[in-house]
Ligand binder design. Structure first.
Ligand code: 3PG
Length: 215
């Protein structure tokens, strides 16, 4: 799962209000050539959405995002989340996912937070909120002291079509994530073909090695 996850260079972050939208949304994203999805735990329907997507689209990698409490971690794992992500670093959550051998990507911002994450054995990290915190210039500065530690960063927060490629070409960055591919409004409006188009446009912007091949 770790290798599959790191093989994806763009991770749509979705907020699903109605579980009935989960499968059509996931199908729309997969039709655009993206093989992974982060369901943010910011709606009541999130856990059921993960469950339904896992049941209907076994080839899509589905994770839980915004995992901020051990209870959310427990429920996400129970719903079948194949990875977890969070804006922050919570030791309990790191160990809950590790006990189940499920990849977990905690959020970091500062050098101290990176060192704390490394001390917990985390090598996949989420840099959030990327743009507001200093963006690409900040990441390049981090690559000085942290460039040789086998770190892999997913940048989220303020990523959009005009800057995603630059992020992906920045040292340490394995992926970018965000809500621009399928916004909450597009999801509630069931704009599936528009979401597929955005996913396709995003895939077309990826450096060649980052293209996810649909089977
Ligand atoms: C996340 O959870 O990663 C962020 O909310 C994504 O940020 P964005 O909405 O700016 O893409």
């Amino acid at each position: 799962m770790l290798e599959i996850l790191t093989g994806n260079r763009v991770i749509p972050v979705v907020e699903i209000e109605h579980a009935d939208d989960a499968v059509p949304l996931a199908q729309a994203i997969a039709a655009g050539g993206i093989g992974v999805l982060e369901v943010a735990l910011r709606t009541e329907a999130a856990f059921e959405s993960i469950r339904r997507i896992r049941a209907s689209l076994p080839d899509l990698v589905v994770g839980a995002g915004t995992v901020q409490t051990p209870e959310q971690a427990r429920q996400a794992i129970g719903a079948g989340a194949q990875f977890g992500m969070a804006p922050g670093l919570n030791r309990r959550i790191v160990s809950d996912f590790r006990e189940r051998s499920i990849p977990f990507v905690p959020g970091i911002l500062t050098p101290t937070e990176i060192e704390n994450a490394l001390a917990l054995g985390c090598r996949l990290l989420k840099f959030f909120p990327a743009q507001a915190a200093g963006g690409i210039a900040y990441l390049k500065a981090l690559a000085g002291p942290f460039g040789n530690l086998d770190l892999h960063i997913c940048a989220t927060g303020g990523i959009h079509p005009s800057n995603l490629r630059q992020y992906l070409e920045t040292p340490l960055v394995w992926a970018v994530g965000g809500s621009w591919i399928a916004t909450r409004q597009q999801i509630t409006g069931k704009q599936w073909s528009a979401i597929t188009t955005r996913a396709q446009q995003t895939v077309d912007q990826l450096p060649d090695t980052g293209r996810h091949e649909q089977s």
